[in-house]
Design a protein around this ligand. Sequence first.
Ligand code: ATP
Ligand code: MG
Length: 267
Amino acid sequence: MTADLFVVEDLTVTLPTGRGPVDVVKNVSFTVGRDDTLGIVGESGSGKSMTALAVLGLLPRGAETSGSIRLEGKELLGRSERELQSIRGNAISMVFQDPLSSLNPYYTVGLQIEEMYRAHRGGSRRDARKVAIEALERVHIPDAGRRIDHYPHQFSGGQRQRIMIAMALCCSPSLLIADEPTTALDVTVQAQILELMAELQSTTGTGMIFITHDLAVISSIAKRVLVMCAGDPVEYGTAEQVFSDPHHDYTRTLLDAVPRIDDEVAS
Ligand SMILES: Nc1ncnc2c1ncn2[C@@H]1O[C@H](COP(=O)(O)OP(=O)(O)OP(=O)(O)O)[C@@H](O)[C@H]1O
Ligand SMILES: [Mg+2]
């Protein structure tokens, strides 16, 4: 039996606000196995990003957390900033919504991937450059050996998101968290990125958490689904269970709001 790669138990996140402390994530529990994709879905403000940021130890100042977050059996809650820094980008990596604001416009993409790699793995510039070219090839950037010396603005939106994924995967993380990675992209490019992530998962075995407000995206990529509503976990199960037999009114409402892609294709 293989133990779950990643286990979150009873995670509660409390943020200070002008009106006193507010629980923005309430007793959330889920697991992600190797080769597994968990989709976290819910409307804006439901606590999806706060859940991800808690995992990475990147919550806003003054936030309090309780519960347990374990990667390969090791507790992450309560670790020092220094320890978390060595985990972020290494064992756990994250892809954010907007690649343009996550990439530095003044440095070539190659340099940014190399720095990320060397920060965790050390080694020579030359080795890091090799890793960076391979990483760009893995996400299907054509002519990677030449493109590595280009700046972010010289790539399309979809390519920039591919570059962010390459960067997130360059240290071979056990867990990849993608927070709305396709929201800023048009539908065709979005589909290509989802396909790429599924392909990378099948070759690397990386566990994935995929956060979105879009149930159609979740149904195409996630094996299991957690539905959040105002910080509460309202539904958790296999994608099949949650989509075919939702137990909670909130999930039914979300499902009703999804345009039926199969209907459109059929017509
Ligand atoms: N810095 C902060 N201080 C206080 N409250 C915050 C802060 N950032 C977010 N919140 C609140 O925490 C709650 C959860 O926010 P979160 O960003 O996790 O939502 P989300 O589900 O990711 O939404 P979206 O789909 O819009 O990204 C919201 O009610 C939000 O207003
Ligand atoms: Mg969010």
